[in-house]
Write a protein that binds this ligand. Structure first.
Ligand code: F0G
Length: 408
């Protein structure tokens, strides 16, 4: 659909033909805005397509003739989580399992749109900085499109599964001596000096357009309504901003009359946005040495903090923190009560929900949806460490029965 880029700080407009990652006049973040949103949508077109990112292509910023680089992203299950709801003291709880995406995380929603955009503008190389999932996803979509892919990751603490994905898909992987925040700074500089490198971190507003489709899907999967409360793990803060944009657009289209409350969860050791929210500040104070078992969200200086604070405050939601211990406990709880295995960062939404129900900030009556952002097999080592070890026994019946505590 016809669109332009708009600065969220000073409101400057830019044409869609400009390749920009920040406002040229004030340096703030950009977002995609559609002209005449309401007039141009015919939802009967959507019904004829499967639930997926591209079901909503009229609300995505690509030329209709563009080649779509797709691996079958979106259309993830919305699980009614009855046993988990009961254990937390809630009536209605849903878990949106983004681990079902082609590379095992929600990043694929953004990358199908972002890499399609890269092809549309004729880019030859795509780049990103990543704590792991963004690099895995970009590498896969770049492979599909036949583009060169370069990823910068922090030298420590990238989960094994994610690194394996990036290398097998053929990306050039540079381990940066430093944190994710250092890697992001470096890649932004690189993309600014080499315009043939198309940057696909979440400061690229086109990528977030793909991620907003999670909101549309939830609306569709619930038969045309939305939950009261949405809980999202927050790292670099692109996803919560994108999901909020999706709900706002549904509202602008007249498809919903109410908007959900957005709740963002950060790990205690990497929580500058939650800290700013708690103190009522309008800016964040970056964390210099972020630390958490949830390596995906081990970020001290989130790029989209301003969009995230707007989402949370604009929706009358909140930000909360959880400890590593709470994250690991929630990971186990979700696996054992619902059969959904997520990586630690994803479990932070469940850990946050548990805490908020306990203190009464989320009530029993609210219909809640937690976003499970990435698959548990991304980071098997953490899960294995957190659980009881298997015991070794002889293959004979006696040994097995003894180990199981069975008599005779
Ligand atoms: N959950 C998972 C599994 C993630 O990989 C990320 C971010 C988040 C939550 C947070 O999302 O950054 O939009 O607030 N991972 C990025 C990466 C930073 O490089 O893979 P966010």
């Amino acid at each position: 659909m016809k669109h332009h880029l708009e600065c969220i700080g000073c409101g400057a407009h830019y044409s869609q033909s400009e390749i920009l990652y920040a406002c040229k006049s004030c340096g703030d973040l950009l977002e995609v805005r559609y002209e005449s949103l309401r007039d141009s949508i015919d939802t009967s077109l959507w019904k004829a397509r499967p639930i997926s990112v591209w079901r909503y292509e009229e609300l995505l910023p690509l030329d209709s003739a563009s080649m779509k680089v797709s691996l079958g992203e979106g259309g993830t299950s919305l699980h009614r989580s009855i046993r988990l709801a009961e254990s937390l003291g809630l009536k209605r709880l849903h878990v949106k399992n983004e681990g079902e995406n082609p590379t095992g995380s929600f990043k694929d929603r953004g990358m199908t749109v972002g890499v399609s955009k890269a092809v549309e503008i004729g880019a030859e190389k795509v780049v990103c900085a990543s704590t792991g999932n963004t690099s895995a996803s970009l590498a896969a979509y770049a492979a599909k499109a036949g583009l060169e892919c370069i990823v910068l990751i922090p030298s420590e603490k990238v989960a094994l599964g994610k690194l394996a994905q990036a290398v097998i898909y053929g990306a050039r992987v540079l381990q940066i001596e430093g944190s994710f925040d250092d890697a992001l700074r470096a890649v932004v500089e690189l993309a600014q000096s080499k315009t043939s490198f198309y940057l696909l971190n979440s400061i690229n507003p086109y990528r977030l357009e793909g991620q907003k489709t999670l909101a549309y899907e939830v609306w569709d999967q619930l038969g045309g309504r939305v939950p009261d409360t949405i809980i999202v793990p927050v790292g670099n803060a692109g996803n919560i901003s994108a999901i909020w944009k999706g709900f706002q657009e549904l509202n602008q289209l007249g498809l919903i009359s109410n908007l959900p409350k957005m709740i963002g969860i950060q790990a205690e050791g990497a929580s500058p946005i939650a800290e700013a929210f708690r103190k009522g500040l309008s800016r964040i104070d970056p964390v210099t040495n972020p630390e958490t078992v949830a390596t995906a969200i081990r970020i001290g200086s989130p790029a989209s903090w301003k969009k995230a604070l707007r989402a949370v405050r604009g929706s009358k939601g909140l930000m909360e923190t959880v400890t590593d211990e709470e994250i690991l406990e929630a990971q186990k709880l979700l696996a054992r009560l619902e059969g959904i295995f997520v990586e630690p960062a994803s479990a932070s939404s469940i850990a946050g929900l548990k805490k908020l129900v306990e203190v009464g900030a989320v009530s029993r009556e609210e219909e809640v949806m937690c976003v499970a952002t990435g698959h548990g097999l991304k980071d098997p080592e953490v899960a294995e460490r957190a659980c009881e070890k298997p015991i070794t026994v002889g293959a004979d019946q006696n040994s097995i029965k003894r180990a199981l505590g069975l008599n005779g």
